[in-house]
Design a protein. Structure first.
Length: 351
């Protein structure tokens, strides 16, 4: 039997997962921890499980795994928290490097908001539920049909008392004070738009800064460096820029890719495309900059399930000179109406 915990990688998630494990152990017996974001990961670990009971934790559930969970109508716990608390947890307590933490939290935000409306979800909110550990544990037990009394809950919460479900003020501030202006801008674009959606509002445009992408140089270097500077396009046709392998929620999207070209690079033609998962092509256009040295490539695509997205830029023929630079990528949910426009409609039409 599997008990799913899905959500942002915050201290509250870790606490909820630990509580779920203790509840299952109290009622059913020994339990095993599994972490899986994709269906093949889950299948491999489930086959090798040594216990009939397992806690399945996921921060970035995507693709067929998300679809299967939705179709099965299986009960699970969905843990919501502020994205900054998840970043602080990864960087301060787990020692994650900044870009790694930003990628994980951006993916996790997309997966978490994608699960909010699935049947079978017990949605736990850190701001609301972390303050009453006993009530939260009791809610988890009821949701999974585990018969545990108040005294038993109090007993199993005892050993978890030191694993505080919320970061203290020093932890919340220390990670932010380490960041420079460019890092804060990256978080504001890739992570912060999800804060409103996690709180029940709408999801606005998402911005992926160039540092989240990679570039393929000639001769090749390993690993490919981040696209934080212009790339020399000299050499064979190849995918010059690619990434960021970050999840987006299901729905229709518009991607605007801002690119800059040197005079030599502007004479060539380029392919810009969007892929999901295992290189499933979603959209493709051809660019011929010519006299346009700064170009915005616009691509429209749809996702049926939350999935990792890759955007690529390729030169169509060999280049003898020239440089290309990525500015950023803006992802806009299709049909998004600006707040001021919505306010106007409410005022004049009462809608």
């Amino acid at each position: 039997m599997f008990f799913f915990c899905i959500g942002l990688p915050s201290r509250f998630f870790e606490w909820c997962q630990a509580v779920t494990a203790r509840l299952v152990e109290q009622v059913l017996g020994p339990v095993q921890d599994i972490h899986a974001d994709m269906l093949d990961q889950f299948a491999a670990q489930a086959i090798g499980a040594q216990s009939p009971y397992a806690i399945v934790g996921s921060h970035q559930i995507v693709g067929p795994f998300w679809t299967a969970l939705a179709a099965a109508n299986r009960r699970f716990v969905l843990i919501r928290d502020h994205p900054h608390h998840a970043l602080a947890n990864l960087m301060v307590r787990h020692g994650a490097e900044f870009l790694e933490a930003a990628r994980v939290v951006a993916k996790s935000c997309a997966s978490t908001v994608s699960c909010m409306s699935l049947p079978g979800a017990l949605v736990l909110d850190a701001d609301r539920d972390a303050a009453d550990p006993a009530a939260t544990a009791a809610a988890i037990a009821r949701h999974f049909g585990l018969a545990v009394g108040e005294a038993e809950i109090a007993g199993l919460l005892g050993p978890l008392a030191e694993a505080a479900a919320r970061p203290d003020r020093e932890e919340r501030l220390s990670w932010w004070q380490r960041l420079d202006g460019a890092q804060r801008t990256l978080i504001a674009g890739a992570v912060d738009p999800y804060g409103a959606r996690l709180a029940g509002g709408e999801l606005g445009p998402i911005v992926w800064e160039r540092d989240l992408f990679y570039m393929s140089e000639e001769p090749p270097v390993a690993p490919d460096p981040p696209a934080s500077r212009p790339i020399d396009i000299t050499g064979r046709p190849r995918y010059l820029l690619y990434g960021p392998y970050i999840t987006l929620p299901p729905g229709s999207w518009s991607a605007t890719v801002a690119l800059g070209f040197s005079a030599e690079a502007a004479e060539l033609s380029y392919i810009v495309d969007v892929c999901a998962g295992a290189e499933i092509l979603l959209s493709r256009i051809t660019l011929q900059p010519g006299e346009e040295r700064v170009v915005e490539a616009n691509l429209n695509f749809s996702l049926d399930a939350p999935d990792m997205v890759e955007i690529r830029v390729m030169n169509e023929r060999a280049a003898f000179d020239g440089r290309l630079a990525l500015g950023h990528v803006v992802l806009t949910p299709a049909g998004m109406i600006r707040p001021e426009t919505r306010s106007y409609f409410e005022t004049v039409l009462g809608v």
